[in-house]
Design a protein around this ligand. Structure first.
Ligand SMILES: NC(=O)c1ccc[n+]([C@@H]2O[C@H](COP(=O)([O-])OP(=O)(O)OC[C@H]3O[C@@H](n4cnc5c(N)ncnc54)[C@H](O)[C@@H]3O)[C@@H](O)[C@H]2O)c1
Length: 404
């Protein structure tokens, strides 16, 4: 059923929330009716800052609000499934931040409850809504690089905008300390990877024209990049964002490789922070997609440092015979990172506009519960592979294997 006006109640007022609120408030078919947080002071501050009329400190109370027809869940990951299920039972449409769930059982329960309630659910997978990444996909669909066959993702340091991340809040779930605790962030000992890998795998399939990843092989290193950055003052300067996180245990996954259902295609993700003596002049997330007729290099979240002929660019399309084209996407910057492409400001807005448009048209949104579930499963396969030291088929993953 389509809506005529989208009225949002947003729960969890931390890092992700502001980008969502700003995005809703730029769409005339939508208003943010209420905000909710267990931290009432934070709820009052956000309500005042964005002129939002209603405040709740109890999610259950907010769900009783009849004015609200969409619930946006930007709470820590361990709350995503239970809050989505409660929202579906209350008849609300749902936008739930990534990662969709902590395990497959709870992810499947959400999918079932959403179907039973007949509401719409979109998962907040913002990487595939970045303007630069969507342009890369459009160029691939236009045949500019021929058949895409390999993707190389690299993950460099993020440079935080001064003061952008509030890490001073006290109560246990109202600062990002939970992200380094597997019980709350997921990951069975690799919480940071669980939080981020869903982005990397979603992008890897999106840029391979939706061909599914079949098998993953992840390398485990006993040196934790997080411990390393904690100890190294020089890196602290360069890598300030990372210091908001505290490691749960040592050990890291620096490289993941994978194959796709199409045997001609493969991918690799690699960590490229300036640590352990590595020097890399590029920042943030970037990807290279190689086809049989050309290649695309593209910047993503926090991306900086892609150069062509002494010019800073955001996307390079290399075609045969040196027929090269470059692109920039100047969309007014990023609220959080010093980033050449706009992530927090624009990718979240693109994603929320997609959700609002789908609700108004009575259509399913792009990136649903099934997609979120699939990329959580692929991430679980990567974590199992790192622990076991061998390749893992995504289809063979289940909660029992993952938790062993
Ligand atoms: N797509 C993205 O770019 C992106 C960016 C940041 C975070 N995220 C995701 O968004 C989610 C939230 O992350 P964050 O960094 O914003 O977290 P955060 O720690 O900054 O904020 C979480 C907020 O939830 C509140 N909260 C906790 N329990 C609650 C409850 N029971 N009821 C109401 N409020 C409650 C906390 O008080 C806090 O204000 C995570 O799943 C994270 O992975 C996505």
């Amino acid at each position: 059923m389509s809506l005529t006006k989208v009225r949002v109640g947003l729960v969890g007022l931390g890092l992700a929330a502001s980008s969502h609120i700003k995005a809703y408030q730029t769409n005339s078919n939508c208003e943010v009716t209420a905000v909710c947080d267990i931290d009432v002071v934070q709820a009052m501050l956000i309500a005042e800052q964005y002129k939002i009329p209603k405040i709740y400190s109890s999610y259950e109370e907010m769900l009783k609000d009849k004015e609200i027809n969409v619930v946006d869940i930007t709470t820590p990951t361990f709350l995503h499934a239970s809050m989505s299920i409660a929202a579906a039972r209350a008849g609300k449409n749902i936008l739930c931040e990534k990662p969709f769930c902590l395990n497959l059982e709870e992810g499947q329960s959400v999918i079932n409850e959403v179907a039973a309630a007949g509401v719409s659910l979109m998962v907040g997978e913002s990487y595939v809504f970045m303007t630069s990444i969507m342009k890369a996909r459009a160029l691939i669909d236009q045949g500019e690089i021929g058949k895409p066959q390999q993707i190389r993702e690299r993950f460099g340091t993020w440079l935080q905008r001064p003061g952008a991340l509030d890490t001073e809040r006290e109560s246990s779930d109202s600062h990002r300390g939970w992200r380094m605790n597997s019980a709350k962030a997921g990951g069975a000992g690799f919480p940071w990877m669980f939080d981020h890998c869903v982005h990397f795998f979603a992008t890897a399939e999106y840029l391979m024209q939706d061909i599914k990843i079949k098998e993953v092989y992840a390398l485990k290193s006993n040196i934790s990049w997080m411990n390393h950055t904690k100890m190294n003052d020089k890196n602290k300067q360069e890598n300030s964002e990372m210091h908001t996180y505290r490691p749960e245990e040592s050990g890291d996954i620096p490289i993941i490789t994978w194959t796709y259902e199409d045997p001609a295609c493969q991918g690799v993700w690699m960590r490229a922070e300036a640590l352990n003596g590595k020097y890399d002049p590029m920042y943030g997330f970037s990807a290279t997609i190689i086809g049989d007729k050309g290649m695309i290099e593209v910047l993503g979240e926090g991306g900086k440092g892609l150069m062509w002929n002494d010019k800073n660019v955001h996307l390079i399309l290399h075609r045969k015979d040196f027929d090269t084209k470059t692109y920039r996407f100047d969309e007014g910057g990023d609220d959080i990172w010093q980033s050449e492409v706009s992530y927090y400001s624009c990718a979240h807005r693109n994603q929320i506009n997609e959700f609002i448009d789908s609700l108004l048209a009575g259509k399913l949104p792009r990136y649903r519960g099934e997609d979120g579930y699939h990329h959580v499963k692929t991430t679980m396969a990567a974590i199992c592979s790192a622990k076991d030291g061998k390749p893992v088929n995504v289809n063979n993953i289940n909660d029992k294997k993952y938790n062993n």
